[in-house]
Design a protein around this ligand. Structure first.
Ligand code: GLN
Length: 467
């Protein structure tokens, strides 16, 4: 796949124009995506108008690296005047009335938004099978899942339908599908990218990030979308600075001991070990660390996430957004509307979340989970004070068959053991393939301290040359 910088160069030399590229990609998507279903729908009119403005911008001379570059957007990020379904029947006809901040930033730079990608309903899932519309297929094996919840975004990037995708990561939804589709994914530090205009799942964990085909592309997009936003009070004063690392020599990497436990597939363990050997040969110092909190992270996540999600999803009552079934009174209307238009997994999480927040159980579950979250953050902090980076696999398993786990929610939740700790800590990390190419390979997570995106990209670029 061509990199964003190479495309920029072609635009500069006028060897290709954004409109030509757009037409080619739309043709490719219409022909090939029938088999993969990465897009829920295309936003052609918008794409053409953005491509035309990109052409004008290029003619003026100086233009942003993302000008004219085609992207896709996970369908839980609002684009003014376009549908935003969150993969749910309840929002099937909902049209967004404003742009998310990240969209505003991309539009200012004349990025070309091609369409909205498929996801698990309200970003709840690890396989994209919870989408109320259809299942997205793994780009390298159509019998398998692409991961989730941003499976549509990861497949669209892997199939080269677009150069990058904007998506959300609450417990791994960028990194896990990136790993299943053999592409790169970034979960930024909490507060660096505005969540304004993202359909909330669990607000203290949600973060908008990027899926792309290289570390450098992740960096270019992160630089363009990050920064303080008065419309999101959780954003921080942050301006991204590029960093440079010239070799792995002397860098200190911690790796998670728990990556070698029995729940992890042998192939993942073997591959992770090989990766560690490779970086050791390059002069990196590696050391095993064990997180005492690791075995509680998944339970902690599924308590905090369901609690916040149940509160966030209360707004879908048929009165304010989307579809509504009339009833005798307000309560009948709500129960009929939510009963019919929300999917099984979403209902399961609303019930679980309401339970952990209910009187008498709040202290036992929610409060305890918050304490554990604090503990997890401290363990991350301690490790990343001592080491430059922390490494772990992205997923304990390789992509599984469509249908294989969907009827066993607990088995599905287990997919998230290596990704949820990062959201609980708020720190940043990327998932990168352990082997390049149009195939499936286990993903590796490279984790850095808060606001250390620059350092993670710098080392990621070196690691990318080893795969
Ligand atoms: N797979 C996780 C879940 O189901 C992650 C979701 C996400 O990051 N949006 O909750």
């Amino acid at each position: 796949m061509m990199k964003i910088k190479d495309l920029h160069f072609l635009f500069k030399k006028r060897e290709l124009s954004p409109l030509e590229l757009l037409q080619d990609l739309l043709e490719k998507i219409k022909k090939e995506d029938k088999e993969y279903h990465s897009f829920l729908f295309l936003t052609e009119e918008l794409a053409f108008s953005l491509a035309r403005s990109a052409e004008e911008e290029i003619l003026k001379g100086d233009f942003h690296p993302l000008c004219g570059v085609p992207l896709s957007v996970k369908d839980n990020i609002l684009i003014k005047g376009e549908k935003c379904t969150a993969g749910s029947k309840i929002l099937e006809n909902y049209i967004a009335s404003y742009d998310a901040t990240v969209i505003k930033k991309i539009k200012e730079k004349k990025g070309v938004i091609l369409g909205k990608t498929n996801l698990d309903e309200f970003a709840m899932g690890s396989s994209t099978e919870n989408s109320a519309f259809f299942v997205t297929k793994n780009p390298w094996d159509k019998t398998k899942v692409p991961g989730g919840s941003s499976g549509g975004s990861a497949t669209a990037v892997a199939k080269e339908f677009c150069f990058y995708s904007l998506a959300s990561d609450t417990g791994g939804s960028i990194r896990q599908p990136a790993s299943f589709c053999n592409v790169f994914g970034l979960k930024p530090t909490y507060g660096t990218v505005s969540r304004f205009g993202l359909i909330s799942m669990a607000s203290s964990l949600d973060q908008i990030g990027v899926i792309a085909n290289s570390v450098e592309d992740l960096e270019i997009v992160f630089e363009a979308i990050s920064g303080k936003d008065p419309l999101d009070q959780t954003t921080v004063d942050f301006s991204f600075k590029k960093e440079k690392i010239s070799s792995l020599k002397g860098l200190k990497f911690a790796f998670l001991k728990e990556a070698f436990e029995k729940e992890v597939d042998d192939e993942i363990k073997k591959n992770f070990n090989e990766f560690l050997e490779k970086i050791k040969k390059e002069g990196a110092k590696i050391k095993e660390v064990s997180f005492e909190s690791f075995r509680y992270a998944l339970a902690c996540y599924y308590i905090i996430m369901t609690a916040e999600a149940s509160a966030n999803l209360a707004r879908y009552d048929g009165e304010r957004f989307g579809k509504k079934i009339p009833g005798l009174d307000f309560f009948e209307e709500i129960s009929k509307t939510r009963g019919k238009y929300l999917g099984k997994e979403v209902k399961r999480r609303i019930i679980l979340g309401s339970f952990v927040l209910s009187k008498g159980y709040f202290e036992d579950y929610y409060l305890k989970a918050q304490k554990i979250r604090n503990f997890i953050r401290k363990e991350f902090e301690k490790t990343l004070q001592e080491f430059d980076f922390l490494l772990m696999p992205t997923s304990p398993i390789l992509p599984f068959k469509i249908g294989e786990r969907i009827n066993d929610p607990l088995l599905m939740y287990l997919c998230d053991i290596f990704t949820v700790p990062l959201n609980l800590s708020g720190f940043c990390g990327i998932s990168m393939p352990s082997s390049r190419g149009k195939k499936i390979s286990p993903g590796i997570q490279v984790i850095g301290g808060p606001f250390k995106e620059g350092k993670v990209f710098a080392v990621g670029k070196i690691l990318e040359t080893l795969i």
